[in-house]
Design a protein around this ligand. Sequence first.
Ligand SMILES: NC(=O)c1ccc[n+]([C@@H]2O[C@H](COP(=O)([O-])OP(=O)(O)OC[C@H]3O[C@@H](n4cnc5c(N)ncnc54)[C@H](O)[C@@H]3O)[C@@H](O)[C@H]2O)c1
Ligand SMILES: O=C(O)[C@@H]1CCCCN1
Length: 331
Amino acid sequence: MNNIPYYGPAEVKASLKYEELVSALELALADFSKGPEGGVSQPLRATAEVTKFNGFLAAMPAYVSSRQALACKLVTFYPNNTAKDLDTHMAHILLFDETSGEIKAIMDGEVITAMRTAAVSAIATKYLAEKYEILAVLGSGVQATAHTEAFCKMFPIKKVNIWNHRTEGAEKLARYVKESLGIEVQVFTDVQSCVEEADIINAATFATEPILKEYSMKPWVHINYRRSSYHLRILTAVGAPRPQWQELSAELMNNSTVYVDSFLSATKESGDVIKSGAKIYAEIGEVILGTKKAEINKKTIFKSLGLALEDAVSARLVFDVMEQNKKTAKP
Ligand SMILES: NC(=O)c1ccc[n+]([C@@H]2O[C@H](COP(=O)([O-])OP(=O)(O)OC[C@H]3O[C@@H](n4cnc5c(N)ncnc54)[C@H](O)[C@@H]3O)[C@@H](O)[C@H]2O)c1
Ligand SMILES: O=C(O)[C@@H]1CCCCN1
């Protein structure tokens, strides 16, 4: 138990690159959707509710055989922390040796939670969207910022539209987009106008009631009359992680082709799925595997709950980089 390495947020951030994360997670999501022969073991996360303080503590263990990644994330979610100027999600990840079960490292899990969630939304977008010029972002917190960064790195985004329920937040994110990413940006005060022209929409808020309604999305952007000239838009939705919460209206869910990260998580944890009764078309891993084709004649939603396998794969990537750094630093 002595000398277990600890990697803080700065070390984790320096070790992870979106390109590598996307490739590794794509393979792991495909393994997951293969079923038992994919070599992924991942129960539904166990959650201890702290009702008095509107929070929870979740344990998220997973094993991904193809990456030799065995890990458990412990994450707290306290939405009321915003008022205290504290992070709303706090997380640590324990990484284990797959052969012996010994602990190999403990690391910050907040950077991983932000980056792996954005990377998975980017994977869904890569497979399911057909045009990548205008990004609409609903929310301006950790996830909205990570998604903006990941999407702008991975796709040829020309403009970012931002809406947040508090305009100051949207303006802060807009300054980051303009000054650090060098991309045109516009802040909106209503959701409808923000998403109207977008090719990709990302929703990452604490909304507990739908903020995005049926009328807010057109299924296609019509360029001319031939099918090849239409392009499919995508909504990646990462919020509303509780069975009673909704970020998207039931009409929108029911009039869309719904893809998820995990059938089990979506049907047990997602208010958007449970309250709307919407049918799930496929896991994104099935699309990556090619066992389910992308549906192209409807609105497209990718509903993400967040999976332990994503944390395990990311933690393993960080560990490998840190070990490599150690070797190269030795005289
Ligand atoms: N799918 C996943 O893998 C995954 C992973 C992490 C977080 N999440 C979820 O994503 C969402 C955003 O998380 P975050 O880390 O960015 O949190 P955050 O605290 O950094 O940001 C929360 C955002 O929601 C906004 N907001 C607060 N109350 C709102 C309301 N009533 N209506 C609309 N917007 C509101 C805030 O202004 C802020 O922009 C949460 O629901 C979180 O649980 C999902
Ligand atoms: O996958 C995650 O890490 C988060 C934990 C909190 C709720 C939303 N999903």
